[in-house]
Design a protein around this ligand. Structure first.
Ligand SMILES: Nc1nc2c(ncn2[C@@H]2O[C@H](COP(=O)(O)OP(=O)(O)OP(=O)(O)O)[C@@H](O)[C@H]2O)c(=O)[nH]1
Ligand SMILES: [Mg+2]
Length: 672
């Protein structure tokens, strides 16, 4: 079904309330035609933050006309419990507001709404000033790396001018040294309307300053809600943090690793062909029940992201927190996901308040993360925010005491250039890294990976083992593989002087599973080019290695060949021939193998070996027979033709069948 062709998508057919639920109430039936964004329109996501009852939801309603509280219970209790959404178009900016609850019990909902916002609207009531969740929300925004914000000093109608001024000074001091230092503080009253135009203007100015959007990266949408819309099925919503999504796209639901099809897309309550990073987005999905999708899951470009349970990260502990010991359990929040994590300290026994450390977070459930993603940790009990940080290695190894390189590796991931990071990642991986593994760790685009790979490989530290599909390996590991191969070939020749070379499979097995097939192949090719080995079919040998026989062996070889040669088609048994030689049986067997390999002798059946020349006469004989006596030949006629007994005739005929010189037909053969 084409979503665009159906004007009722998500509107009239939707039971009243669904829509507010899904997209905010800007949606009207007329908004369901496909919406093309004006060229200069910019999407900006604003998240509220602040203590309970300080007027966040009221302010959003005053700004947008939409009251973001949508649950029955929220209306009854007069507090926000879960995330609410509203939209506003002002000039060239389309604001998507995410309204969060201030209640301390619902901070986890606030966390799900705050990841991905461009701008925080920190709401502080003039009559109460800074309260616990003002601090907690502010800490969370800072730890999540929110870069900009506007502060609304609300409920100014409840205080006199001097009090408002005092609170302003208090706020200025509070945000000093943070991302909000110098941020505009706008006094407003939702009751009298004072300050609202100024607040809108300030939001617009802040929006204009936002430039970085992750539109060009791979699609990723952390899901904050999933529900069903009658006639359309499953709809999920979230803040699109990177890339784009369009109707018809195939997407992957993570960590489920399920491929799904996009039936339709809406942003800001309007049906669009495509949604981009930085927009509140609703995606109509086919192929899944809405109950199978939950907050915390991620909709993503297929195959680009990976789930994980082990993350190496930089963790910052708030000054207000208690010290964290090795293996402390915490609540972990990233994107819209939350789970429990155990903290492994990499370089100390204890993390003290106000400091940061390199840690591993061992997660109780799968999440999706890439380098640079921010996260929050909260104390296990009582649940309060104690810190947060940035992901360094989303697919980390299990902590090990003997892993002395880890800290340096993580520091490179943290501070290094792209080239440094790629090099460090590849060098830490004994198997090397392929494109998918690099992309899912870093979130880089394929061309970026390729360009970086070429640069680093050019500098000599990494080996581009294969260009397509890409495989990178540390140059020193590659050299080690080459050395091992040469050593193995050398040893093989020593141990098997009568063998022409080592079979490729055996050589491959000798370097073990720690070498990928591509690495093995490239190393062989390179060594062959350098003339350090020769590969002939399935055999690899040192160049110039010829089998040298002792005079005794050479004599034996001639004897064997002679024995079979003079016998014609009535060959002696192998045992008999070998028994007559002056050398021991094991060496005689090897010489026989050489003759077979060189095709001087041919094995026709398990115990019959013929000289090449005797067999070469057969096709001629058969063709002659065909000309004079017809294409069919029975066993007696064959015996007569060749002058041999049944003991040789049957295996020889079977051999001729295999060679496709004859074809069996009942008791006879057809000469081909
Ligand atoms: N006098 C006055 N009252 C206000 C103003 N803004 C909000 N209120 C009242 O303050 C109360 C709380 O407002 P909300 O908007 O629900 O506060 P909130 O910050 O969203 O609260 P939570 O979402 O529960 O954290 C409501 O009764 C509002 O009517 C204002 O500017 N002046
Ligand atoms: Mg509210």
């Amino acid at each position: 079904m084409s979503v665009q062709a159906n004007p009722s998508f998500f509107a009239e057919e939707v039971p009243k309330g669904w829509f507010d639920h899904a997209f905010g109430s800007l949606v009207t039936s007329s908004s369901c035609t496909p919406f093309t964004m004006a060229v200069n329109t910019k999407s900006v996501i604003v998240g509220t933050a602040g203590h309970i009852d300080h007027g966040k939801s009221t302010l959003i309603e005053a700004l947008t006309g939409t009251h973001p509280d949508r649950l029955e219970e929220e209306k009854r209790r007069g507090i926000t419990i879960d995330l609410g959404f509203a939209f506003l178009e002002e000039g060239e900016v389309r604001f998507g507001f995410v309204d969060v609850p201030g209640h301390e019990r619902f901070v986890k909902n606030m966390l799900a709404g705050t990841s991905g916002i461009d701008l925080v609207l920190l709401v502080i009531a003039a009559d109460e000033a800074i309260k616990p969740q003002t601090r907690e929300h502010f800490d969370i925004c800072r730890l999540l790396g929110v870069k900009r914000g506007v502060i609304a000093l609300t409920k100014t109608d409840l205080v006199d001018r001097d009090t408002a001024e005092l609170v302003r000074l208090e706020i200025e001091e509070f945000v000093q040294g943070s991302f909000l230092e110098g941020a505009p503080i706008i006094p407003v009253s939702a009751k009298t309307g004072e300050g609202l135009p100024a607040l809108k203007q300030t939001l617009q100015a802040a929006a204009r300053a936002i430039t970085e959007k992750q539109t060009g990266r791979y699609f990723r949408l952390p899901i904050d809600r999933s529900f069903a819309v009658k006639g359309f099925g499953t709809v999920v919503t979230g803040t699109l943090i990177s890339g784009q999504v369009a109707t018809g796209d195939e997407v992957e639901l993570l960590p489920e690793e399920k491929l799904l099809r996009v039936r339709g897309v809406q942003t800001g309550g309007k049906t669009v062909e495509r949604a981009e990073a930085g927009q509140r987005t609703a995606v109509n999905l086919s192929g899944i029940e809405h109950t199978a999708v939950q907050r915390g899951m991620v909709l993503a470009a297929p195959g680009r992201f990976a789930k994980t349970r082990r993350i190496d990260a930089r963790l910052e502990l708030l000054k207000s927190a208690r010290p964290i010991k090795h293996r402390t359990q915490v609540h972990f929040h990233a994107g819209t996901a939350e789970t429990i994590a155990e903290v492994f300290l990499h370089d100390r026994a204890e993390l003290v308040p106000g400091e940061s450390a390199l840690v591993q977070l061992r997660l109780a459930a799968d999440v999706v993360a890439v380098q640079g993603d921010r996260f929050i940790v909260r104390q296990f009990s009582p649940v309060i925010t104690i810190g947060g940080g940035g992901v360094l290695d989303p697919l980390a190894r299990r902590p090990a005491r003997k892993d002395s390189g880890r800290v340096k590796f993580l520091e490179t991931l943290e501070h290094g250039s792209r080239e440094d990071i790629l090099q460090a990642m590849v060098q830490r991986n004994i198997l090397g890294l392929g494109m998918e593994e690099i992309v899912s760790r870093t979130g880089w685009m394929e061309p970026e990976v390729r360009a970086t790979a070429e640069k680093v490989a050019g500098a000599g530290a990494l080996r581009l083992v294969n260009a397509e599909p890409l495989l990178l390996l540390s140059e020193s590991l590659f050299q080690e593989v080459s050395r091992k191969l040469l050593a193995r070939i050398e040893a093989f020749h020593k141990e098997n002087p009568l063998q022409p070379g080592i079979p490729k499979e055996e050589l491959r097995a000798s370097v073990g599973k720690r070498v990928r097939a591509e690495t093995f192949r490239t190393a062989l090719e390179e060594l062959a080019k350098q003339n350090k080995l020769t590969a002939q079919g399935e055999l690899v040998k040192k160049p110039g290695t010829e089998i040298t026989l002792t005079p005794e062996e050479a004599r034996a070889k001639a004897q064997i060949e002679h024995a079979f040669g003079k016998a014609g088609l009535a060959v002696p048994s192998v045992k008999e021939v070998l028994a007559q030689l002056a050398i021991e049986n094991r060496r005689a067997e090897k010489i026989l193998q050489i003759l077979l390999r060189d095709k001087q002798l041919v094995r026709v059946s398990a115990d019959l070996i013929f000289h090449r020349e005797a067999l070469e006469r057969l096709p001629g004989l058969l063709q002659n027979y065909k000309k004079t006596r017809g294409e069919r030949i029975g066993v007696p006629a064959f015996k007569e033709l060749t002058g041999i007994t049944r003991k040789y005739a049957i295996p020889l005929l079977e051999y001729l069948d295999r060679q496709r010189l004859t074809r069996r037909l009942g008791d006879e053969r057809v000469i081909l």
